[in-house]
Design a protein around this ligand. Structure first.
Ligand SMILES: O=C(O)CCC(=O)C(=O)O
Ligand SMILES: [Fe+2]
Length: 295
């Protein structure tokens, strides 16, 4: 058993908010100085060591770097930190394992993300239940102006919405007809976050974001966890989604610089570009699918 426990557990009120609304914002989840080395590395190398895949919605889209193996780079350490893992397990009420993590770095004028649910595609990855939770950590300030994450409040109660391919795109999104009604009826929450703030959201929570209209980058790190009992019932072509016990690290890991480099040594998923769909393997999942870009 892993004895490491967080010093900063979620409160009962935060857990209740998540269950009622499908998300919860946790201010100061990380101290800015814990996260600052990652922000600087992203700013220095905006291609993240050439690891970004492109999601193309017919001209405007966004770029993301995805990984599932967790080593001792900063990107391997953050998803294993006690405060993140314990929060995921408190929200799910079960042992969790790492599904994948990704960095979405929006340069100026980049980065519109069409509305979707994570479970829209994790269902296609043969997960039976929407028992996955994502933690979005603001690596720099995420604002309305630079295209922060948006969430449709309470949308996790809708259940799974069919995912459809968008025309002239390598990506899918939630069924536009249903989506229009849903977005008319539900409140849209702009998750404006300071560096180090985080938002946890449910696999069925509809989310998306707008373009970055500032002259600076917008960087968010997403860590996604699945519950152990919800491991895909078919792991063909997605061995990286199998259950591997998490090796948690203490909350002090970043403060004490217990990591080896930022992302230089991190192993990422293979890069795919919008006009090079290769074998039809999803850039976000390594899944054998026609769409290369599902979340
Ligand atoms: O970075 C964002 O604004 C949202 C990205 C997202 O939802 C995804 O990559 O699945
Ligand atoms: Fe997403």
């Amino acid at each position: 058993m892993n004895k490491i426990k967080t010093e900063f557990p979620l409160t009962q009120a935060q857990i209740a908010h998540y269950h009622e609304h499908g998300y919860v914002i946790v201010r100061n989840f990380f101290a800015p100085e814990e996260i600052e080395p990652l922000r600087q590395a992203c700013d220095r190398d905006r291609s993240l060591n050439n690891t970004q895949s492109e999601v193309d919605y017919g001209g405007i889209g966004f770029k993301l770097s995805v990984w599932s193996e967790l080593g001792d780079s900063m990107l391997g350490v953050i998803p294993r930190m006690a405060r993140v893992v314990d929060a995921a397990e408190a929200l799910e009420g079960e042992e969790c394992y790492h599904w994948h993590s990704k960095i979405v770095l929006k340069k100026p004028t980049e980065g519109s993300v069409a509305w979707h649910q994570g479970f829209g595609t994790w269902y296609e990855d043969y997960c039976l239940y929407p028992k996955l939770v994502s933690c979005c950590i603001a690596i720099n300030e995420n604002t309305r102006k630079n295209g922060c994450l948006q969430i449709a409040k309470g949308s996790h109660h809708l259940g799974r919405i069919e995912n459809v391919m968008l025309p002239n795109s390598n990506s899918s999104c939630a069924d536009p007809e249903r989506l229009k009604i849903v977005l008319d009826r539900l409140e849209i929450v702009y998750c404006e976050l300071q560096q180090g703030d985080a938002v946890f959201f449910h696999a069925n929570t509809l989310h998306g974001s707008d373009l970055n209209e500032t002259n600076d980058i917008r960087v968010a790190l997403f860590c996604t966890y699945n519950v152990v009992s919800n491991e895909p019932y078919n792991l063909d072509n997605q061995q990286h989604h199998r259950y591997i016990p998490l090796e948690k690290v203490p909350d002090s890991a970043l403060r004490e610089k217990q990591y080896n480099g930022i992302f230089e040594t991190q192993k990422f998923f293979e890069v795919e570009t919008a006009d090079d769909p290769k074998t039809g393997v999803s850039i976000r999942h390594g899944r054998t699918k026609k769409s290369i870009a599902n979340v």
